[in-house]
Design a binder for this molecule. Structure first.
Ligand SMILES: [Zn+2]
Length: 165
Protein backbone atom coordinates (compact mmCIF):
# COMPACT_ATOMS: atom_id res chain seq x y z
CA UNK A 1 0.00 0.00 0.00
CA UNK A 2 1.39 3.39 -0.95
CA UNK A 3 0.54 6.60 0.84
CA UNK A 4 -1.62 7.62 -2.12
CA UNK A 5 -3.81 4.56 -1.50
CA UNK A 6 -5.03 6.15 1.73
CA UNK A 7 -8.74 6.89 1.86
CA UNK A 8 -8.64 10.74 1.99
CA UNK A 9 -6.91 10.69 -1.39
CA UNK A 10 -9.72 8.68 -3.00
CA UNK A 11 -12.93 9.20 -1.10
CA UNK A 12 -14.55 12.65 -1.03
CA UNK A 13 -16.20 12.17 2.40
CA UNK A 14 -12.92 10.89 3.86
CA UNK A 15 -11.11 13.87 2.33
CA UNK A 16 -13.47 16.29 4.09
CA UNK A 17 -13.12 14.37 7.35
CA UNK A 18 -9.34 14.46 7.05
CA UNK A 19 -9.26 18.20 6.44
CA UNK A 20 -11.75 18.87 9.25
CA UNK A 21 -9.71 16.80 11.68
CA UNK A 22 -6.52 18.57 10.62
CA UNK A 23 -7.79 22.16 10.64
CA UNK A 24 -10.40 21.95 13.39
CA UNK A 25 -8.65 20.21 16.26
CA UNK A 26 -11.08 21.78 18.79
CA UNK A 27 -14.25 21.36 16.76
CA UNK A 28 -15.68 23.17 13.72
CA UNK A 29 -14.69 26.84 13.44
CA UNK A 30 -17.28 29.14 11.90
CA UNK A 31 -15.43 31.36 9.37
CA UNK A 32 -18.21 33.97 9.61
CA UNK A 33 -18.26 34.66 13.36
CA UNK A 34 -15.24 32.69 14.59
CA UNK A 35 -17.18 30.56 17.08
CA UNK A 36 -15.52 27.23 17.79
CA UNK A 37 -17.30 23.95 18.28
CA UNK A 38 -20.95 25.01 18.10
CA UNK A 39 -21.76 24.16 14.49
CA UNK A 40 -23.80 21.17 13.36
CA UNK A 41 -23.02 19.09 10.32
CA UNK A 42 -25.87 19.11 7.80
CA UNK A 43 -26.64 15.61 6.67
CA UNK A 44 -29.69 15.91 4.43
CA UNK A 45 -29.68 14.08 1.14
CA UNK A 46 -29.83 17.30 -0.86
CA UNK A 47 -27.00 18.89 1.15
CA UNK A 48 -23.60 19.31 -0.42
CA UNK A 49 -20.72 17.36 1.03
CA UNK A 50 -19.14 18.74 4.22
CA UNK A 51 -21.60 21.58 4.93
CA UNK A 52 -21.88 22.80 8.52
CA UNK A 53 -24.29 25.29 10.04
CA UNK A 54 -23.29 27.71 12.77
CA UNK A 55 -25.56 27.56 15.85
CA UNK A 56 -24.72 31.08 17.05
CA UNK A 57 -27.98 33.08 17.26
CA UNK A 58 -26.72 36.04 15.27
CA UNK A 59 -24.86 33.97 12.68
CA UNK A 60 -26.65 30.77 11.59
CA UNK A 61 -24.56 30.72 8.41
CA UNK A 62 -23.43 27.69 6.49
CA UNK A 63 -19.82 26.86 5.70
CA UNK A 64 -17.45 24.04 4.82
CA UNK A 65 -13.92 23.38 5.99
CA UNK A 66 -12.71 24.68 2.60
CA UNK A 67 -13.68 28.31 3.38
CA UNK A 68 -10.56 30.43 3.78
CA UNK A 69 -8.22 27.74 2.48
CA UNK A 70 -6.63 27.19 -0.92
CA UNK A 71 -9.41 24.71 -1.60
CA UNK A 72 -12.17 27.31 -1.47
CA UNK A 73 -14.10 27.70 -4.74
CA UNK A 74 -12.15 24.84 -6.25
CA UNK A 75 -14.28 22.79 -8.64
CA UNK A 76 -11.96 19.83 -8.54
CA UNK A 77 -12.99 17.18 -5.98
CA UNK A 78 -11.26 17.74 -2.63
CA UNK A 79 -9.59 14.34 -2.64
CA UNK A 80 -7.84 15.21 -5.91
CA UNK A 81 -6.75 18.57 -4.52
CA UNK A 82 -5.28 16.77 -1.51
CA UNK A 83 -3.35 14.55 -3.91
CA UNK A 84 -2.05 17.67 -5.64
CA UNK A 85 -0.89 19.15 -2.31
CA UNK A 86 0.83 15.90 -1.48
CA UNK A 87 2.56 15.64 -4.85
CA UNK A 88 3.72 19.27 -4.68
CA UNK A 89 5.01 18.94 -1.12
CA UNK A 90 6.53 15.48 -1.11
CA UNK A 91 8.73 15.66 -4.17
CA UNK A 92 12.09 17.36 -3.82
CA UNK A 93 11.77 19.22 -7.10
CA UNK A 94 8.04 19.89 -6.87
CA UNK A 95 5.54 18.87 -9.49
CA UNK A 96 4.78 20.75 -12.70
CA UNK A 97 1.25 21.64 -13.76
CA UNK A 98 1.65 19.30 -16.74
CA UNK A 99 2.56 16.47 -14.39
CA UNK A 100 -0.48 17.20 -12.20
CA UNK A 101 -2.64 17.29 -15.31
CA UNK A 102 -1.41 13.85 -16.33
CA UNK A 103 -1.43 12.21 -12.90
CA UNK A 104 -4.74 13.59 -11.58
CA UNK A 105 -6.48 13.42 -14.97
CA UNK A 106 -7.76 16.95 -14.74
CA UNK A 107 -7.50 19.57 -17.47
CA UNK A 108 -4.19 21.39 -17.82
CA UNK A 109 -5.98 24.64 -17.04
CA UNK A 110 -7.32 23.26 -13.74
CA UNK A 111 -3.92 21.81 -12.90
CA UNK A 112 -2.26 25.16 -13.60
CA UNK A 113 -4.66 27.07 -11.36
CA UNK A 114 -4.45 24.47 -8.62
CA UNK A 115 -0.65 24.38 -8.51
CA UNK A 116 -0.46 28.17 -8.56
CA UNK A 117 -2.88 28.39 -5.66
CA UNK A 118 -0.97 25.84 -3.62
CA UNK A 119 2.39 27.46 -4.40
CA UNK A 120 0.98 30.88 -3.56
CA UNK A 121 -0.17 29.56 -0.18
CA UNK A 122 3.32 28.17 0.43
CA UNK A 123 5.01 31.42 -0.57
CA UNK A 124 2.63 33.83 1.09
CA UNK A 125 3.12 32.49 4.58
CA UNK A 126 -0.49 33.24 5.57
CA UNK A 127 -1.15 29.54 6.16
CA UNK A 128 0.67 27.68 8.91
CA UNK A 129 3.59 25.73 7.46
CA UNK A 130 2.97 22.01 7.35
CA UNK A 131 4.93 20.15 10.02
CA UNK A 132 6.25 23.21 11.82
CA UNK A 133 8.42 26.18 10.93
CA UNK A 134 11.18 24.31 9.07
CA UNK A 135 13.66 25.71 6.56
CA UNK A 136 12.73 27.70 3.53
CA UNK A 137 15.48 26.32 1.31
CA UNK A 138 13.07 24.09 -0.65
CA UNK A 139 11.20 27.19 -1.73
CA UNK A 140 14.19 29.09 -3.07
CA UNK A 141 13.78 27.94 -6.67
CA UNK A 142 10.93 30.27 -7.40
CA UNK A 143 9.60 32.06 -10.44
CA UNK A 144 10.89 35.51 -11.29
CA UNK A 145 7.52 36.95 -10.25
CA UNK A 146 7.83 35.66 -6.71
CA UNK A 147 11.48 36.73 -6.58
CA UNK A 148 10.34 40.23 -7.40
CA UNK A 149 7.74 39.97 -4.66
CA UNK A 150 10.33 38.84 -2.16
CA UNK A 151 12.39 41.97 -2.74
CA UNK A 152 9.44 43.93 -1.40
CA UNK A 153 9.57 42.09 1.89
CA UNK A 154 11.31 43.28 5.01
CA UNK A 155 15.09 43.58 5.00
CA UNK A 156 15.55 40.61 7.31
CA UNK A 157 13.61 38.30 5.02
CA UNK A 158 15.49 39.53 1.97
CA UNK A 159 18.81 38.76 3.62
CA UNK A 160 17.52 35.32 4.53
CA UNK A 161 16.50 34.41 0.99
CA UNK A 162 19.72 35.81 -0.44
CA UNK A 163 21.86 33.66 1.80
CA UNK A 164 19.82 30.50 1.26
CA UNK A 165 19.73 30.64 -2.59
ZN1 LIG B 1 -21.03 31.62 12.88
Amino acid sequence: MSILSKLPFHDEAAAFEYLEKTLWADGPVCPHCGTIGTATKLQGKATRMGVWKCNEKECRKQFTVKVGTVFEHGRIPLHKMLQAVYLLCCSKKGCSSHQLHRILQITYKSAWFLSHRIREAMRDGTLAPMGGAGRRSSLTRRSSASKRASTNRSAGMAVNSATSS
